[in-house]
Design a protein around this ligand. Structure first.
Ligand SMILES: C[S@@+](CC[C@H](N)C(=O)[O-])C[C@H]1O[C@@H](n2cnc3c(N)ncnc32)[C@H](O)[C@@H]1O
Length: 309
């Protein structure tokens, strides 16, 4: 897939909004969870990255040219570091960092073990190189053996998360924050003519068939339908990015009892939505906390996108 525009720089204001919202949630989550000492709390970071912006973006076709200044790079703290820097009582029992690139994980490990809070938690940190989907499935299986409470942070660049893995979390005590590349990728795969050259990717991402995807994004209308049952000529829905987000929220709602609706919208500097950051949980209180965070995290350029107007 070749995607030219926009090129979000990893670490633009949208990254800060995402990490800011997530960090607030982590504190609130641990405050509640640590009241129950019998449960093992686990932080599961499925796309952990290397801990710096340049490293995390390398090899990604979307982000070939990063415009990050050296001084910005030095002050950048990814999610992993922010979570590790939290001190008692805001600590997890275990921290899992997954990345398919071994060198990113090695870099992250060095970075986390270079700070006192990381050294202090050393024996509770697990670094696993591999595919996040495989690790999510293993995580889901671990619930049958252990009394776990998991906070999963899934922060990919693209559409790497398959629905198969997500749905395995049904009925588990997992709270999820997931970054959905609504504007930056999914919308581009749903091309205007409806050719859907990457339909397999879309199917595995949404866990839906081609027919279902077409019905969502190229619904039948009075114009453009050539023959019954044919999709050719059907126009793409208006406002597709919002509809992609709404569909993902709906899909998550089939796995979790509560999903933030609207999610946090992350936009580029000119106000176009790039990603949606969605929260899901089986706990109604957790949803309320996440919703409050989304409302109060400093506003994006276009408040309409956040459902604030
Ligand atoms: C956007 S970065 C993560 C940023 C990080 N969460 C932070 O806050 O700085 C994405 C990372 O996901 C990794 N990755 C890509 N596909 C993956 C997959 N299928 N499973 C696990 N990790 C993957 C990449 O190697 C990259 O390091």
């Amino acid at each position: 897939m070749k995607v030219e525009e926009p090129k979000p720089s990893w670490g633009g204001p949208w990254t800060e909004r995402k990490l800011n919202a997530f960090s607030k949630y982590v504190r609130a989550y641990l405050k509640i969870m640590n009241r129950n000492p019998h449960r093992q709390t686990v932080y599961f970071d499925g796309f952990a990255g290397s801990g710096d912006r340049g490293g995390t973006a390398k090899g990604n076709e979307l982000l070939l040219k990063l415009d990050i200044k050296e001084e910005e790079e030095r002050v950048y703290e990814g999610a992993a570091e922010r979570v590790i820097r939290l001190q008692k009582p805001f600590e997890f029992d275990f921290y899992y960092f997954i990345d398919k690139e071994e060198r990113h994980l090695k870099q992250l490990k060095v970075r986390l073990l270079s700070i006192p809070e990381g050294v202090e938690k050393k024996d509770r940190l697990v670094f696993r190189s591999g595919d996040c989907n495989t690790e999510l499935i293993k995580l889901a299986e671990a619930f049958s053996r252990k009394h776990l409470a998991v906070l999963a942070f899934l922060d990919p660049f693209g559409m790497q998360i398959g629905w198969n893995a997500i749905q395995k979390l049904k009925g588990t005590r997992t709270d999820l924050w997931v970054l959905v590349p609504t504007g930056v990728i999914v919308n581009r795969l749903l091309d205007r003519k409806g050719e859907l050259k990457s339909i397999k990717k879309l199917e595995s991402f949404f866990g839906l068939s081609e027919k279902e995807i077409r019905e969502h994004f190229y619904p039948p209308s009075s114009q453009g339908v050539l023959f019954e049952g044919q999709y050719a000529g059907r126009p793409k829905v208006p406002d597709p990015i919002a509809k992609i987000a709404a569909l993902y929220v709906e899909r998550l709602g089939q796995v979790w009892n509560h999903v933030t609706n609207p999610p946090l919208v992350l936009e580029n500097r000119i106000g176009s939505p790039l990603f949606h950051f969605v929260f899901a949980s089986n706990n109604a209180n957790a949803l309320k906390i996440a919703q409050d965070i989304i409302k109060n995290v400093w506003p994006c350029l276009n408040p309409v996108l956040n459902g604030q107007k």
